[in-house]
Design a protein around this ligand. Structure first.
Ligand code: NAD
Ligand code: UDP
Length: 313
């Protein structure tokens, strides 16, 4: 009998890649998604398979699924700043009520639980790189607070279930990830820059572009999450690529790789936009034997190719 995995948010960017990987690894996958920011298009290729089932459902409501479930992966949540600023209350609800429901399901089914947390729990960090034992610097009442605090609550309730109910829980602190199946219009830096560059439209850098991020290609990220799922680690783990780069430099690289005629323009920096972000992955390296392999330019070329093939320019 195949082991069953239930993934909330499985029709999103990360979730759809995970569904794909888990089917390949021999699991039966149940994808539960409200499609608020995800799409059927992301899982179209999986829908015909016998090892995949899709349930359209909002996980802030009770999750009812018959039969055995061995793993619950909670990935449902708006993730792009544009999305969570558009859906502030839904973001808070999916991180709180949604995480509670997903944990309740894992408890009822005696399943392993994995939470998709985020580097945003560190907020605008005062130390760089960020190790897991850094508590962060978050403005809970700022516009980004809806996402950061919902994930901080999600981590807290996950560890409360681990300690109280002895559920085998995992927390992946995911840093900026990019690759095929990102929504063209999701507002994040890499899809924005690539699509602007492909159309020779202005590339919009917010602020002076000196703020940094550390971008991880999707195949590396999914590999890390899978290793965490199969590990004995229960404390939060940073999963991301430690190669830190300024946003302006990324804009220039994308312009060059796409041979674009776009101008780079500077727009207002969003409130509380973190100035630096870089994972300390010492823990993942030692406990999961994991580290990313795909260099930025190689990942960007694959992503550019994918956007070229799918875009309706
Ligand atoms: P995404 O928007 O592509 O996917 C999120 C999915 O969750 C969508 O399919 C959406 O429809 C679904 N969803 C949202 N609310 C729901 C609800 N109440 N009920 C059911 N489904 C719901 O985003 P993503 O980039 O794939 O992110 C996936 C997860 O990974 C999120 O939890 C996010 O916080 C986390 N994460 C992502 C990144 C990244 O760089 N992509 C970084 C850190 C953390
Ligand atoms: N950004 C930008 N131009 C854009 C979109 C984003 O300069 O068109 C910046 C944004 O202000 C942030 C960084 O790029 O400093 C990464 O933003 P993204 O939305 O990808 O993710 P975040 O790390 O902020 O969640």
């Amino acid at each position: 009998m195949k082991k069953s995995v239930l993934i909330t948010g499985g029709a999103g960017f990360l979730g759809s890649h995970l569904c794909n990987l888990l089917i390949k690894k021999g699991y039966f996958v149940i994808c539960v998604d409200s499609l608020i920011t995800g799409s059927i298009g992301n899982i179209q290729r999986l829908l015909k398979g016998k090892d995949f089932r899709f349930i359209k459902h909002d996980v802030t409501k009770y999750i009812k699924v018959k039969g055995e479930i061995h793993y619950v992966l909670h990935f449902a949540s708006p993730a792009s700043p544009m999305d969570y600023l558009k859906y502030p209350i839904k973001t808070l609800k999916v991180g709180s009520l949604g995480t509670h429901n997903a944990l309740g399901l894992a408890k009822a089914k005696k399943a392993v639980f994995l939470l998709a947390s985020t580097s945003e729990v560190y907020g605008d960090p005062l130390i760089n790189p960020q190790p897991e034992d850094y508590w962060g610097n978050v403005n809970c009442v700022g516009p980004r607070g809806v996402y950061d605090e919902s994930k901080r609550f999600a981590e807290a309730i996950t560890l409360a279930y681990y300690r109280t109910h002895k559920i085998d829980t995992k927390i992946a602190r995911i840093f900026n990830t990019y690759g095929p199946f990102m929504r063209k219009e999701d507002g994040r830096a890499i899809p924005n820059f690539i699509n602007q560059a492909l159309m020779d439209k202005p590339i919009t850098v917010y602020g002076a572009g000196g703020q940094t991020r550390s971008f991880c290609f999707i195949s590396d990220m999914i590999g890390g999450i899978y290793k965490l799922l199969r590990s004995r680690v229960n404390s939060p783990v940073n999963i991301g690529n430690p190669d830190e780069i300024s946003v302006l430099k990324v804009a220039h690289i994308i312009k060059k790789l796409t041979e674009s005629k776009s101008k780079i323009v500077f727009e207002e920096l969003p409130v509380n936009d973190p100035q630096v972000r870089r994972p300390d992955i010492t823990f993942a390296k030692s406990k999961l034997k994991w580290q990313p392999k795909v260099p930025l330019k190689k990942g960007l070329l694959k992503t550019i190719q994918w956007f070229k093939n799918t875009s309706v320019i």
